[in-house]
Design a protein around this ligand. Sequence first.
Ligand SMILES: C[S@@+](CC[C@H](N)C(=O)[O-])C[C@H]1O[C@@H](n2cnc3c(N)ncnc32)[C@H](O)[C@@H]1O
Length: 299
Amino acid sequence: MSEARPPICDYEGSDYQERFWELGGREYEDCVEAVALNRLLPEGGARLLEVGAGAGRHTPRYQGFQQIVLLDYSRTQLEQAKARLGESERYIYVAGDAYRLPFAPGVFDSATMIRTLHHMADPQVALRQVRSTMETGGVFVLEYANKRNLKAIARWALRRQVWNPFGYEPVEFVELNYNFHPIAVRGWMSEAGFEVFRLLTVSHFRLNLLKKVVPLGVLVALDSLVQWTGNWFQLTPSVFLGAEAVGEGEQAPEGAFWRCPVCGSFDIEKTDAGMRCRGCDRVWPLRDGIFDFKEPLGD
Ligand SMILES: C[S@@+](CC[C@H](N)C(=O)[O-])C[C@H]1O[C@@H](n2cnc3c(N)ncnc32)[C@H](O)[C@@H]1O
């Protein structure tokens, strides 16, 4: 458990879901993301991890999965997700950090991370963490913000933007908001133990004027069609990729699900106060149906 702990873009108390999605005129982006997700994820499975689940915008789309674990750093985002999805054995709400996930190796057969990598100052650590929690052969759907998009290229060519969209290094355009180069992301995926099987380019028509004048259904249908060009070139602001977890994964003891994010022990018992790690004696609280692996009790 010696991975670095980079700074976190904290959504605690944020009205992101309402402001950005429900009142923000982003039906088009939401619909085309749903199309891409549907194309990349298997129809179902036993247990899916959603990293940076936020208010659970995408969660109802994971229809065929028996159990879904919503992981987010923000408790208030998870509270919104819980209000939307309800309490049931099918959903497990976990407040935790993508840089040190509180799960045993190989416990998920699928994972998604949508609109979350762009907050990662150290994306490689987060991708390695996701891989470690997945079984070999599992499917990971990742969305990332693409710095080599048409608008950025045009702005750079017209000298209205200083950073080079063709450079492989991430660009931090606002504090803790990064755009990445597709070739860099592909390299990190491979280093983390993923084999990319399909790229889909998404949000080709993310222009306010187009969204105003072209009916939503037409725009979504066109985007759905050109998403398939993603394997050949990626010039959209958003890219989805489907990848398979490959190589040997770490072995966990039979039946282990949790992993202490501080000491790495799998020996975790449920107590009245929360989840107690027998390795380091920390207790991770369980409050209002949300497992909290951010701050142990008494720290
Ligand atoms: C832009 S929102 C996206 C939410 C959701 N995936 C969606 O598409 O609607 C980014 C989410 O990532 C979460 N996040 C940021 N850094 C994180 C980290 N280090 N660990 C876990 N979640 C993180 C934020 O709390 C926020 O809910």
